[in-house]
Design a protein around this ligand. Structure first.
Ligand SMILES: [Fe+2]
Ligand SMILES: [Fe+2]
Length: 184
């Protein structure tokens, strides 16, 4: 398809999609490092895997834009959101994933409206992936909800209930300092 055959709004949807996907890459990559500092390697691995998946989405968008003859140019990355524990991080991620879902839903419906089947299918495939992410995230949150108190105890200084001297005195001082630095 030549560039002049593509509706300008479809190019706009692609550009915003790239910004959102790269924002997700930045957010999940940061979270992988952060929870690694908290000592939760299982969560760090999970965030690393999500980072790769969002990077692959960004790559698909770049390829799609190149095939349409336009230069990829993500306009603005969203700042990384922060939280004091894993549940808080995941709640922020649910907001970002919902933004992606809403964006791809709107983009694919617009393509249908203007009869752009190829781009409509492209956005619909990404929509399906993000809906899958959303369901995985919801399941992870539910799983953590059942062990939230234990999770707080594990994260030490990040936990609202462990701010007093009694709570901090049992931890290794270097770990405590690391947790504080990592709370950004
Ligand atoms: Fe994505
Ligand atoms: Fe996602």
């Amino acid at each position: 398809m030549e560039t002049d055959a593509v509706h300008p709004r479809v190019l706009g949807y692609l550009g915003r999609a790239l910004s959102l996907e790269l924002s997700a890459v930045q957010q999940y990559m940061t979270q992988a490092s952060l929870v690694g500092l908290w000592g939760d390697e299982a969560a760090a691995d999970r965030f690393r895997q999500e980072t790769v998946e969002e990077m692959q989405h960004a790559e698909r968008i770049v390829q799609q834009m190149l095939s349409l003859g336009v230069a990829p140019a993500a306009s603005q990355l969203h700042p990384v959101t922060h939280a004091a524990d894993l549940v808080g991080l995941l709640q922020h991620n649910a907001v970002l994933e919902q933004q992606l879902i809403d964006h791809y839903d709107e983009a694919s419906r617009f393509c249908q409206l203007v009869g752009d089947q190829a781009n409509g299918e492209f956005f619909a495939a990404l929509l399906e992936d993000e809906q899958h992410h959303g369901r995985d995230l919801e399941a992870w949150l539910q799983e953590l909800g059942g062990r939230r108190r234990r999770g707080y105890a594990r994260y030490g200084a990040m936990a609202p209930a462990n701010n007093g001297p009694r709570g901090t005195s049992q931890r290794n001082p270097s770990q405590r300092d690391l947790s504080r630095r990592a709370s950004f």
